[in-house]
Design a binder for this molecule. Structure first.
Ligand code: MEV
Length: 308
């Protein structure tokens, strides 16, 4: 049985989304793939690419996450899962969520639940994600399972998710700082700042809320110049929350100088990736990044919500 999932970039709302502020995220055309097969052995093993082998009892994070996902999917028989991803880990592109969703889909196929609704799949994948990220909002697993462009809001009684209909396709350049960062560490860092400076963080979250609201309108009306400006403002707010780095600032500046409509960090920050919105051709931004010593790729987001 085979399961797939897409990676994601968060346009606006990362971190604040953990505390109930809405976020807008888009699925990208890189992701994860998993293959699951029953085995006669009682053991369950997971092979992640060529590098990692794990089983629920081995004490590793990956092993514990695999055990949690087996339980969430009701798998109580021997199974061998092979998973791989085209997403760099620790880059803010939803690598672990995509793997979790792909593995859930592959396991669902073994227990007669192939084609389960994306939100159910995403919920089961949260068992995997919680092991790595402690208190994930769910935006990564939901986007990995649904794809498209989504407005996601965490709530007491579960998440509210709606598709954002794009008036025209979004062309994004995604650049990597070359520095991996841990989502758990970055989320914990902001939680500590929130304890010390609750007013600062509350004001920043309110600013992010209005950026997200305005961005939804810009996306739905095709106002990409306005959206670019909102992305730049989002980067300023995230920098004020100590989530940016020198490499992130350089990538944003180089992208803007090369004609990007706006640029900001995406995901947890502290390293990872920057996204830049471009007017059509991502080539000039990617070229400028390369000359500055950074690697990147372009991705186009179409519009309707779709399951990969
Ligand atoms: C990570 O991709 C996004 C964060 O907002 C964490 C989360 O939503 O769980 C930083």
């Amino acid at each position: 049985m085979i399961g797939t999932a897409c990676g994601k970039v968060i346009l606006l709302g990362e971190h604040a989304v953990v505390y109930g502020v809405p976020a807008i995220a888009v699925g990208i055309d890189r992701g994860a793939r998993a293959e699951a097969a029953r085995t006669d052995a009682v053991s369950c093993t997971l092979a992640l690419g060529d590098a990692v082998r794990a089983s629920p009892a081995d004490g590793s994070d990956t092993g514990r996450a695999f055990g949690a996902v087996l339980a969430a999917c009701g798998v109580d028989f021997g199974v061998e899962v092979k998973a791989e991803t085209t997403l760099p880990p620790g880059a803010g592109l939803g690598c672990s969520a995509a793997l979790g969703v792909a593995i859930v889909r592959a396991l669902d196929g073994l227990v007669g639940r192939a084609g389960a609704p994306p939100d159910e799949v995403a919920e089961r994948a949260m068992a995997w994600e919680r092991v790595f990220h402690g208190n994930p909002s769910g935006v990564d697993t939901t986007t990995a399972a649904r794809g498209g462009c989504l407005r996601f809001e965490r709530g007491e009684a579960g998440a509210s998710v709606r598709a954002v209909r794009l008036a025209r396709p979004l062309v994004l350049a995604v650049g990597h700082t070359g520095v991996a960062s841990s989502t758990r560490t970055m989320v914990e860092g902001l939680a500590h700042l929130r304890e010390r400076r609750p007013d600062l963080v509350a004001k920043s979250f309110e600013a992010i809320r209005s950026l997200v609201d305005n961005a939804a309108v810009a996306l739905e009306t095709g106002d990409h110049a306005g959206l670019g400006h909102l992305l730049d403002l989002g980067q300023m707010v995230l920098s004020g929350l100590m989530l940016s780095t020198a490499e992130i600032e350089t990538l944003c500046r180089v992208a803007r100088e090369a004609g990007a409509l706006g640029a900001k960090l995406t995901g947890a920050g502290g390293g990872g990736c920057v996204l830049a919105l471009v007017a059509g051709d991502a080539g000039p931004v990617l070229g400028a990044w390369e000359r500055a010593g950074f690697r990147g790729f372009a991705t186009t987001v179409g519009g309707a919500t779709e399951t990969p």
